[in-house]
Design a protein around this ligand. Structure first.
Ligand SMILES: [Zn+2]
Length: 113
């Protein structure tokens, strides 16, 4: 499953950070998941539950923030709705995705000695 490899990468990133900061443990991990990223937050959460055992994240809570898709004109930056056809009414330029496709490790709450 796609979500398993994401969790694997996530936990390895977290353990790098833990090592870099000489932290004793991880309390909370914050990730942002875009609505268009192809990742199901529920599946990610259950994959995390399976994977975190015996890792630096064993006692860490996973906090998933869903990011809705947002589009804007690539020329004048006017915000555009998908329903409106994704073409700017002002300058007829196609829209650009501003957010919604991201998978981001946002923040790690660590316990530092
Ligand atoms: Zn425009």
């Amino acid at each position: 499953m796609h979500e398993y490899s994401i969790v694997e990468a996530l936990i390895s990133r977290v353990s790098q950070e833990v090592e870099a900061h000489g932290a004793r443990g991880v309390m909370r991990v914050y990730v942002k998941i875009g609505a268009l990223s192809g990742v199901e937050p529920e599946l990610l959460a259950s994959a995390y539950e399976v994977f975190r055992e015996k890792t630096v994240c064993a006692d860490a809570e996973l906090n998933i923030e869903r990011v809705e898709e947002r589009w804007a004109c690539s020329s004048c930056r006017q915000a555009l709705a998908r329903e409106a056809g994704l073409i700017c009414p002002r300058c007829s330029t196609p829209a650009r995705l501003v957010s919604g496709d991201e998978i981001v490790l946002e923040r790690i709450e660590m316990e530092v000695a």
